[in-house]
Design a protein around this ligand. Structure first.
Ligand SMILES: C[S@@+](CC[C@H](N)C(=O)[O-])C[C@H]1O[C@@H](n2cnc3c(N)ncnc32)[C@H](O)[C@@H]1O
Length: 214
């Protein structure tokens, strides 16, 4: 199952909403946790999967410096237009925007040292296909940091319905897809250190690594 025009149009409309909610409830702190957990270095290349309006860009840009590169991917032209405005406002020159359905398209020969996906996989109709495409685009030894929503089996029907209306997908378990795709998956605390699997099953913050030999 891959993204439909209907879902893409949904996220085009949502770009206006996210533009406002990203300002009211910024998750820049989580993006900075990601840069620490990924141990990003100046000059590296990072994928921002389902980048939306670009709320991760400031933290990524600070970590990578002007010599680094951010390859930001989203299937929604509306989201990418807002991300483009953000880039223009800041005068950044090292962020590439690509319109692509990551659950359908692999990224060709593009290779990155690391990837970040913020509340992105859970919005996709085929989460395993998306995580596989990200895995392929990482250099051996590279890692993906994701923070996202999970839908535990015991979630009440009203909550599940609300989430499905928000994302327009049936959802799926991001953590299971990470375990099935990557060589190691570790849970991460907000301070960027490893932690045992948390009690709260709703929010996932994890580092998934591609081994250097795969
Ligand atoms: C909940 S928003 C999160 C956006 C951003 N990462 C943030 O933290 O604000 C989910 C994003 O994933 C994008 N998306 C959903 N399915 C996608 C797909 N198959 N390929 C690429 N992007 C997708 C949507 O267009 C949307 O921008």
């Amino acid at each position: 199952m891959t993204t439909t025009d209907h879902q893409r149009r949904h996220w085009d409309r949502m770009s206006h909403v996210l533009n406002i909610t990203n300002r009211l409830f910024p998750h820049d702190r989580l993006a900075r946790t990601a840069t620490r957990a990924l141990r990003l270095q100046p000059g590296q290349t990072v994928l921002d999967i389902g980048c939306g309006t670009g709320p991760n860009f400031p933290a990524l840009h600070d970590a990578l410096g002007p010599a680094g590169k951010i390859i930001a991917i989203d299937h929604s032209p509306g989201m990418l237009a807002k991300a483009h405005q953000r880039i223009q406002r800041h005068g950044w020159t090292n962020i590439e925007l690509h319109q692509a359905d990551i659950s359908r398209e692999n990224l060709g020969t593009a290779r990155a040292d690391a990837a970040i996906a913020a509340y992105a996989f859970s919005a996709m109709p085929d989460i395993p296909a998306a995580t596989r495409n990200v895995h392929t685009a990482l250099t051996p030894g590279g890692a993906l940091f994701t923070y996202d929503i999970r839908q535990p089996d015991n979630a009440g029907a009203p909550l599940r319905l609300t989430y499905r209306l928000f994302t327009r997908t049936a959802g799926g378990d991001v953590l299971t897809a990470l375990h099935d795709t990557f060589d190691t998956v570790t849970h991460i605390h907000r301070d960027g250190t490893e932690t045992p699997p948390p009690d709260n099953p709703w929010h996932l913050m994890a580092l998934a690594r591609r081994h250097s030999s795969t």
